[in-house]
Design a binder for this molecule. Sequence first.
Ligand SMILES: C[S@@+](CC[C@H](N)C(=O)[O-])C[C@H]1O[C@@H](n2cnc3c(N)ncnc32)[C@H](O)[C@@H]1O
Length: 347
Amino acid sequence: MGVDVRDYIQTRIEGLTEDSQEFYSRVPRQTNDFDTWSALKLILHSATVNMYTTVLAQNDYFNDLYYIDALAGSGVSQYDEENRCFLGSPLIAAKDATVPFKKMFFVEKDPDHAEALERRLEYAFNEKGDKYTEPEQWEVMCRDANKAIPDIITGMWRSFQDDNGLNYLCFIDNQGMDVKWPAIEKLTPTPYGDLLINLPTSQAIGRNVDTYPETVGEFYGCDLDTVEIPDVGMREFMRDLYLDRLADRERPVQVNTRVEADVGSYYYDMIYATRDIEHGNGYEETIKYVRDFIEQVHSGDVDRILDVLDGSQSSLTSYLPEDDEGISEELSEESDDDPGQTALGEF
Ligand SMILES: C[S@@+](CC[C@H](N)C(=O)[O-])C[C@H]1O[C@@H](n2cnc3c(N)ncnc32)[C@H](O)[C@@H]1O
């Protein structure tokens, strides 16, 4: 029996705020910087984790699944004066995983955020085990992600066994140019592993490319003096350059979602990138559908966005893309007893 697309999106949205006050009050005042628009990217993150675990769990080869949250934050984001909150990406990942990860890594360099996150995760796994999928192991690493990522990857491969393939999903929620190219290279020694990357296209990149080309070059892993960057369409060019760099790391299948943080002012791109498999990876259409949904929602004003996030049924319906064939198929495969996907055999 298939899953209704509308229910699927509604579940993702409701999951963003569920029990968030409780998590907030475990460690009051320790929250991430946040605005209403940030919630939109979390809908994408939620769907990605959910579909990644569903599809990969059906694959006989990849027994060891890892989750890496490279810029994990404190676990909760507050978005108004009344302490209304959203859950942060680590808690959403723990909630939306349909099977336990072998290990979840949460990297956060700010000690206060790292400690708050640790306490919130303990609470989730110890007190809310009915809703949160506890991994076999998890670790909050209070470190710079640029140094932690290489160590995580080395450790993962050390535990790799031929008959027990590994795969990972890595979320990199850059605000500035936080995770630089050398770390991305360490992260992608093989085509295995899906990436969800927040590319700060208009702010950190767009504003600095002329004035600090060396810093931007470090983020891209190339000498920008050798690249002809156009004045018109510079931001789109820089986005495409990053996509090309990811394609060079054997992640050529990409779905890019533009999230308008402040319509007409600044935006970022959420890049989903994976390897090329003949019949698709089994959840790309879902990511595309969520992209279309997000891009339609933020064409509305803030009140409409909040309406959608608050669960108003009519608002949700007005933003759901009409063409839902691809996602319906993937969701019905998700809920079939027999996965039977040609794509899966090809991992
Ligand atoms: C936008 S917040 C994370 C939000 C989180 N992904 C979420 O959706 O709930 C970014 C976090 O990254 C941390 N951070 C920034 N640069 C970092 C780095 N190089 N290594 C590790 N953490 C970093 C900041 O301290 C901050 O808590």
